[in-house]
Design a protein around this ligand. Structure first.
Ligand SMILES: Cc1cc2nc3c(=O)[nH]c(=O)nc-3n(C[C@H](O)[C@H](O)[C@H](O)COP(=O)(O)O)c2cc1C
Length: 318
């Protein structure tokens, strides 16, 4: 990161028109790091904050450590990535040390993504994360490639309700629920999450996908099936945000294929109050947050709009 870039980042910190409030969390701008793209270290989170992110979501962490799947776990395809990491994580007991270190230096909200194999496991992981200083939790009920967790929970409104409810009574910080696009009716799931007490919804996790090597004639990923992210999924995510916005009152965080400010503005117009960026970090680097934010700022000025909040859901007017 250059001195000019970090100076411009500081300027953006004080720009009132970009500030967003998300279920009580105050963000200096509407961009956030999406879960899973950059691991668990406090040092990495600090780099992302310097890159201009308004908030950070950690990689998903569970009660017990997991090594995840063997390689290959990621394959690049046209306009995106397919990953099946298998939710590798150090376990919440180990991760609380990073949460404490990160909280000591970060000036932006830290949201810890948690997963589990039962409502109790989600709640215990969330409780420990909040006790260590997390400003909020995001429930990964949407990972498409690990059995008995992730999307197997987020595809069933009854099971999802139990998980969200249990977490809500275990923590006193905002609870965001990250939904899967791999369902027939995402509105039914979104409404169940809201009814169970979700303070916000993240839309969306990856789209179930695969790639085959024509030479070996075998699936490329060790797990065969993974989740597609990146520009290829943006129109799908956008449509889900647009659709869900018409049925829920809680804030929506748009996520899926955001690469530049135009993508982010589309999500805001569709009804997202903030956006998460993941795969684009691999192509643009950690300054993607600052670049997107600067683009949003210039757009608001050109349109003579005073606050980013004013464009949320604007595409729904008839
Ligand atoms: C390598 C990789 C790892 C991911 N790990 C997680 C994870 O641990 N938890 C989670 O909720 N989402 C995870 N995701 C999904 C992203 O957070 C995001 O929902 C998805 O990639 C779509 O956004 P994007 O197109 O900006 O990447 C992962 C995505 C990628 C590419």
């Amino acid at each position: 990161m250059t001195i000019t870039e970090s100076w411009q980042g500081e300027q953006l910190l004080n720009n009132a028109s970009l500030k967003v409030s998300l279920a009580g969390l105050n963000l200096t701008n509407p961009t956030m790091l999406a879960s899973g793209i950059l691991g668990y270290s406090a040092e990495t989170f600090e780099t992302v904050a310097q890159g201009g992110a308004g908030a950070i979501v950690t990689k998903s962490v569970a009660l017990k450590p997991s090594e995840g799947y063997s390689n290959p776990t990621i394959v690049q395809v046209r306009s995106g990535l397919i990953n099946a990491m298998g939710l590798p994580n150090p376990g919440i007991e180990e991760f609380v040390k990073e949460i404490r270190t990160a909280k000591a230096v970060l000036r932006i909200p830290l949201i810890v993504s948690v997963y589990g194999f039962s409502a109790e496991e989600y709640a215990t992981a969330a409780h420990k994360a909040v006790a260590a200083g997390a400003d909020a939790v995001e429930l990964n009920v949407s990972c498409p490639h690990v059995k008995e967790t992730g999307s197997e929970i987020g595809q069933n409104p009854d099971v999802l309700t139990k998980v969200v409810h249990k977490v809500k009574i275990s923590v006193e910080k905002p609870v965001f629920v990250k939904l899967t696009p791999n369902v027939t009716d995402i509105v039914e799931i979104a409404e169940a999450a809201q009814k169970a007490g979700a303070d916000g919804l993240t839309l969306m996790n990856t789209v179930k996908a695969m790639a085959i090597d024509v030479e070996t004639m075998m699936p490329i990923l060790a797990n065969r099936i993974g989740g597609l992210s990146g520009p290829a999924v943006k129109p799908i995510a956008l449509r889900h945000v647009f659709n869900v916005y018409e049925h829920v009152k809680v804030p929506i965080i748009g996520c899926g294929g955001i690469l530049d400010w135009q993508d982010a503005v589309e999500f805001l117009l569709a009804g997202a109050s903030a956006v998460q960026i993941g795969t684009a970090i691999a192509t643009v680097g950690p300054t993607v947050f600052q670049k997107v934010t600067r683009g949003i700022d210039a757009y608001l000025k050109r349109k003579r709009i005073r606050s980013v909040k004013e464009i949320v859901g604007l595409s729904h007017r008839s």
